[in-house]
Design a protein around this ligand. Structure first.
Ligand code: CP
Length: 308
C-alpha cells in the first residue's frame, strides 16, 4: 500500500509530488463518501485528534473538525483565547498537557512561522500545520490545487496567477510550492511593496499589471490584504489598491478568455473582488471550501495510518 513520505504535514515544502498524488487519489474517494446520504466512515475509530487554534479561523477549523468526525475520530478543540495560554502557559506545556490525555494527532494554527516544525521536534504526536503565521498553509494549497484539477483537469502546464498581498500570505507560499510540484506555470501580481524580493528564486514570475496577468492566466487566485499582519502602510489607500488590483465584473468580462476565479477566504467584498465576481459562475470559492473537507480527511487518514 502507498504511504506518505512524511509523518507530519508541516508544509508543502516538505512533501513530494508523489505525496500530493496520493492525497488527491484518497481525497477523490472521500469526496464520494461525503456526498453520500451516510457521510461517515469508521476508519479512525481508535484515533484522538486535538485541534489547537492560537489564531482566528472559520473555514479551516470547521473543515478539520468535520473531516475528523466524518472519519469517526475522537475530537477535542482548543482555542487559545479561552485557555491557560492567557495565564502564561507555554506552547510546549500546553501541548504536552493535552497529549498526556492520550491524543494521537495535533492540528495547529499558530501566528508564529515555524510553530509546527518546532512542535514536531519536541513532542511525540503527528502534527498538521493549519497555518503558521505568514509561512505555510499546506491543506489550503492542497484543496486549491485539487479544485483547479476538478475544474480544469490535469494541472501540468496550467497558468495560475496569485494576486494581492503575497508578502504576508501563507496561502501564496504553499500554493507556489504545490503548483510548481504539479507542473503549473505561476505568476504573482500585486503592488511591488507586497511582493517578496526572493519570490523569483521559487520559479515564479512577477507581473505588476493586473490586466496583463489576468489575460495570461487560466486561473486567478485573489488574496486578501492582511492588514492584521501590517505594521506600516504598503500602498497609499484601499481605494487605490482596489483601482489597481481589485477584480470586478467589467474587468473579468473584458478579458481575452474565460478564467477561473479563486479565493481562500475570508473575502473582503469590494476590495480584492466585487460581490458579482465572487458569486459568479467563474468563481469556485465554495467548491474550494467543499473540497477542503475531502482533502483534510485524506491528509488525516494517511497520517493516521503511519502512527505506530
Ligand atoms: N482560508 C482560511 O484559512 O480561512 P480561515 O482563516 O477562516 O480558516
Amino acid at each position: 500500500m502507498s504511504e506518505l513520505s512524511v509523518n507530519h504535514l508541516l508544509g508543502i515544502k516538505y512533501i513530494t509530488r508523489k505525496d500530493i498524488d496520493l492525497i488527491f487519489e484518497t481525497a477523490d474517494q472521500f469526496k464520494e463518501v461525503i456526498n453520500r446520504p451516510i457521510k461517515k466512515v469508521p476508519s479512525l475509530r481508535d484515533i484522538t485528534i486535538a485541534n489547537l487554534f492560537f489564531e482566528n479561523s472559520t473555514r479551516t477549523r470547521l473543515s478539520f473538525e468535520l473531516a475528523e468526525k466524518r472519519l469517526s475520530a475522537d475530537v477535542v478543540n482548543f482555542s487559545a483565547a479561552a485557555s491557560s495560554v492567557k495565564k502564561g502557559e507555554t506552547l510546549i506545556d500546553t501541548v504536552n498537557n493535552i497529549l498526556s490525555m492520550k491524543v494521537d494527532m495535533v492540528v495547529m494554527r499558530h501566528p508564529n512561522p515555524g510553530a509546527g516544525v518546532f512542535l514536531s521536534r519536541n513532542i511525540r504526536a503527528s502534527i498538521v500545520n493549519a497555518g503558521d503565521g505568514a509561512h505555510e498553509h499546506p491543506t489550503q494549497a492542497l484543496l486549491d490545487s485539487f479544485s483547479i484539477r476538478e475544474r480544469l483537469g490535469d494541472i501540468e502546464g496550467k497558468k495560475v496567477v496569485i494576486v494581492g498581498d503575497i508578502l504576508h500570505s501563507r496561502v501564496a507560499l504553499s500554493n507556489i510550492y504545490a503548483l510548481k510540484l504539479l507542473g503549473a506555470e505561476v505568476k504573482v501580481c500585486g503592488p511591488k511593496t507586497l511582493i517578496p524580493k526572493y519570490i523569483e528564486s521559487l520559479g515564479v514570475a512577477v507581473e505588476l499589471d493586473l490586466r496583463k496577468a489576468l489575460n495570461w492566466c487560466d486561473v486567478a487566485n485573489m488574496l486578501r490584504v492582511q492588514n492584521e499582519r501590517m505594521d506600516i502602510s504598503y500602498f497609499p489607500s484601499t481605494r487605490e489598491y482596489v483601482q489597481q488590483y481589485g477584480l470586478d465584473r467589467e474587468l473579468l468580462e473584458s478579458l481575452d478568455k474565460e478564467i477561473v476565479v479563486m479565493h481562500p477566504g475570508p473575502i473582503n467584498r469590494g476590495v480584492e473582488i466585487t460581490s458579482d465576481v465572487a458569486d459568479s459562475g467563474q468563481a469556485i470559492i465554495l467548491n474550494q471550501v467543499e473540497n477542503g473537507v475531502a482533502i483534510r480527511m485524506a491528509v488525516i487518514y494517511l497520517l493516521a495510518s503511519k502512527i505506530k
